[in-house]
Design a protein around this ligand. Sequence first.
Ligand code: HDD
Length: 684
Amino acid sequence: MERGSSDKKPTNSKDEQLEQFRIDNYGKKLTTNQSVRISNDEDSLKAGIRGPTLMEDFHFREKITHFDHERIPERVVHARGYAAHGVFELYKSMKEYTTASFLQESGTTTPVFVRFSNVVGSAGSKDTARDVRGFATKFYTESGNYDLVGNNIPVFFIQDAIKFPDLIHAVKPEPHNEIPQASSAHDTFWDFVANNQETAHMIMWLMSDRAIPRSWRMMEGFGVHTFRFVNKERKSTFVKFHWKPILGVHSLVWDEAQIIGGKDPDFQRRDLWEAIERGAYPEYELGVQMIDESDEFMFDFDILDATKIWPEEIVPVQIIGKMTLNKNVDNVFAETEQVAFHPGNIIPGIDFTNDPLLQGRLFSYLDTQLIRLGGPNFAEIPINRPLCPFHNNQRNGFSRQRIDIGKVSYHKNSLANNTPSTSSLEEGGFVHYEEKVEGRVIQARSESFNDFFSQARLFWNSMSPPEKKHIIDAFSFEVGNVKSRSVRQQVVDMFVHVDKQMATIIANNTGVNRPNGAQSNVTASSPALSQENTSRYPNTLNVGVLIGNGFNDAEVKNVINLLEENGVFIHYIGEQIGTVTGRIGSKIKIDETFMTTDPVLHDAIYVVGGSAIDQVKFNKNIMYYIGGTYNHYKPIGIATTGEMYFDVPNKNNIPGVIFASYNPNFAMDFLNAITEQRFWNRIV
Ligand code: HDD
């Protein structure tokens, strides 16, 4: 029996608000939108059984007309996305720095809605493209909606919003042939990069493993810009926001990401959906970096420049709360597609800075919602409604839902006692921060924005050897796909300023001259930038168990019990959907066959083996799974019954391949290998 969620208890105040809009069609009579019951939904009304359809068939016309208008424009960027509901809980009061209502008392909880996205691809593209991931959070606070519209990379391509259309035109499929989809590996993007060298730092991140996250649950989020906290005394502190995933930061391997794109284009949305459905709720801690206003000019970067980080070793991240995503949406269109984020949605206690990228964004988001959501009333769409009621003199427009009563819709007035009335600062009114500004009206960029390569090199210096190799491979792939030799040469000549050896290898791999320029002389590194130093847990990693009949019941049970106790997700993979039977009769339900899944879709495999109807094919499949898992550096556990599939000398010296025979600690050793996740020192 399939039912909507309206019979479930609301999880928080936003959920309660949404509840009044949820419709459960289960068990109801089919009607038109005018609520007229329908007697036939199979045949249109015709003049004669084989005759033409009649205009007067109002049900047909209404049904088809509605269908014809089902689509709305996809987002011009971040079109492919997926969202979930959750809650943010404050650990630590930030009263000293801000009056933001949700940051006052520790323990305060605030409902949130988070949409993850890919920037470049269309709504129907694949999840695992090499791309920046959007990480947009709407906090439904007591003093209005606050949107933190960030990415999983802490810097951006450009410094001024006026260049955003150029960047996006360059990275989207080329206009003459609409190729390639969801990929930056083409001429126009790299031409833009080489001719707009402020992109250098961001490109290093984009070529790194950060751009192919294993899961949205395992990536960081960043507000990117410098914002302000403003406290009760109207003192402002510069702040940058960070989301830190509890599970650590983990990535796919590029070859794996490409295969997943075909095997399961929905890989990351499925991962999020399933984790939430299984109760393994994704969690992220909120961190803030703060700089006192008086220290604005203390750094060798401009804090208003969105192509720069504040290295965590210089400005530490303070953890102040935790967000838990605990509910999937009921309807992707109504919630995920219609949600309207806007960096301009701020609340008292938070304010903007003069970052020219942020300033331009403040225009773009409201503007884009007008075309995407068909007019100015999108704040009335349930997912966008604030929790507190809103009152003002705005009226009319397409699809107005509310019915504002009374004849007064202007300010100031006497007929309604001058209401709705404004609020003073003390009453919670938003008062813009009174920053002192002076200068000439000028179209130019501050010289303090001119250092494009120091932090790009800082990033490079901070990478472990495998991470550096991945970056070189990514450049070689991306630039190797550029047809123009001149553009390839320009890119190599640009990235020599990051690292000469790196640029030389890329030059060799992409058939251009070795670069002559000099690399930046930065020697510092920032350990916080390397994924090598992240946390590792086995929770929610998924292990494919390759199994046939005749397995060793006790051995398998012991291993699976330990893995499950540690939060590992188990998928049994066999010859056919059904059950397999162990030597002493235990039954195991097969979830997937070798045909329906693939080694790229699992974090590790446990090779149990056994007998099958078509033994030759079964064995061949197991060898394919071992090969795929091995080549992507992932852990492999070999049961005593699986030894024949991995018959090599020096068994104990193969990184991440654990054998059960003569090993009483096999289950624990395998669990540790799963936790480790990748074995980069493997020879593949
Ligand atoms: Fe943007 C969407 C993040 C710069 C213009 N942006 C969008 C989304 C995210 C970001 C996460 C998707 C929100 C959702 O899930 O609905 N954008 C960023 C970040 C940026 C950034 C972190 C730099 C720090 N964006 C940026 C600039 C401009 C835009 C400079 C324009 C001048 N972004 C848009 C947009 C979008 C958008 C066109 C498309 C759909 C939407 O807004 O609602 O207005």
